[in-house]
Write a protein that binds this ligand. Structure first.
Ligand code: FE2
Length: 374
């Protein structure tokens, strides 16, 4: 890296302090049914609701929570709205990656003056529980970042929502918080978005993978991991790379009809228990061949977990200089082969499972082939 670049990053790294991910909002075709799925299959709990009953006329939103992770599912109530247009084009997908800040007005000022395109002018929402201040900017595709400041709020979620009491409460599965969210962008668009996160949001590029790291016979991609200053928020950015046939990122771009969020990784402290429970509840995962486990310990060294349950569930392991991690990826959770989830347990490792890319991408290609999209 050039000195000049280092200096710029040093002077700009603290202008957007983030406390973490506040929530992730998906715009979906049927939020009521999606909420049931996330409760039943992923163990999320009912938290809050907004819709006609709370004075919101054009949409319904269901807020779900599990430990520190909040998920908002929103559907349009009419065909003529931004949400309906979004769903028609993309199917179900992530619209909002909301970031928790101390000052939503300043976050807007700092990012827009560095070139961010405004999505939501700063505003203060109030009810009898206090106030939430928020603002928002655009990022890749039609995804937006909302900055949420809630230090003076005691309600369930935010003004406009009421507490959602449900008689149906499946138990949690041990999902803790959002570890990282990955964006898929178009050909030659990775570096412009890396620059956006560096210059507009003060993030740093902490890891890079080129097509030599991440290429199988067919499915090549390139990726750069962007992290905010304290490491609480990490956004890897993928773009397709030339391979023999269609990259998995290309398949996503084609079916999502544009750039968007590819996967959300959720942390657990006990991946064996979490994945066992998710599978029992019908969540489908990518499966690597059992030969993956034959020489696993030679590749990653000693681990605390028994190999039996890992291979039975298909859990992947990788190691870096600081420790190891265990991870597993769901199949896409919509009919379009677009967004999916990763379940991750970190045991010191701060990386993203590069050692698993080949086995994993071959598993993805087998799925692409079944869809006729390879
Ligand atoms: Fe990931």
């Amino acid at each position: 890296m050039e000195t000049n670049e280092k200096e710029i990053m040093a002077t700009t790294s603290d202008f957007l302090p983030l406390l973490g991910t506040d929530y992730i909002e998906l715009w979906v075709g049927n939020a009521k049914q999606a909420a049931h799925y996330y409760k039943t299959a992923f163990g999320f709990q009912s938290l809050a609701y907004a819709g006609p009953e709370t004075g919101v006329k054009d949409r319904t939103s269901y807020v779900l929570v599990q430990n520190k992770m909040k998920l908002v599912l929103t559907s349009p109530l009419h065909s003529t709205s931004e949400i309906a247009e979004h769903h028609k084009k993309h199917g179900d997908g992530v619209k909002v990656l909301a970031l928790w800040v101390d000052d939503a007005y300043d976050a807007f000022e700092q990012t827009t003056k560095r070139g961010a395109k405004a999505y939501l002018e700063p505003r203060t929402l109030t009810d009898e529980q206090g106030e939430v201040r928020m603002s928002g900017i655009h990022t890749y595709g039609e995804v937006v970042h909302l900055f949420i400041e809630r230090k003076n709020y005691n309600g369930a979620f935010m003004p406009g929502f009421k507490k959602w009491e449900s008689t149906y409460n499946p138990s949690p599965v041990g999902l803790l918080y959002v570890d990282h969210c990955v964006g898929n962008v178009g050909w030659n668009q990775m570096n412009p978005w890396v620059k956006f996160y560096e210059e507009v949001m003060g993030f740093k590029n902490i890891l890079s993978f080129d097509d030599n790291d991440i290429s199988t016979e067919y499915s090549a991609l390139m990726s750069k991991v962007m992290s905010n200053g304290n490491g609480y928020v990490k956004f890897p950015i993928n773009e397709p790379a030339e391979g023999k046939r269609k990259s998995q990122v290309e398949e996503y771009l084609e079916f999502y009809e544009g750039e968007g969020t590819q996967h959300v990784a959720i942390a657990t402290n006990d991946i064996v228990a979490t994945v066992k429970e998710l599978m029992a509840r019908g969540v489908e995962f990518l499966k690597v061949p059992n030969t993956y486990y034959d020489d696993l310990l030679d590749r990653v060294g000693p681990i605390e977990e028994d190999l039996g349950p890992l291979s039975e569930l298909g859990i992947l392991v990788d190691r870096d200089d600081e420790g190891y991690l265990l991870q597993l990826f769901t199949k896409p959770v919509e009919d379009r082969p677009t967004m999916f989830y990763e379940i991750i347990q970190r045991k010191g490792a701060k990386s993203f499972g590069k050692g698993n890319f080949k086995a994993l991408f071959e598993a993805i290609e087998r799925e692409q082939e079944l869809r006729g999209n390879l």
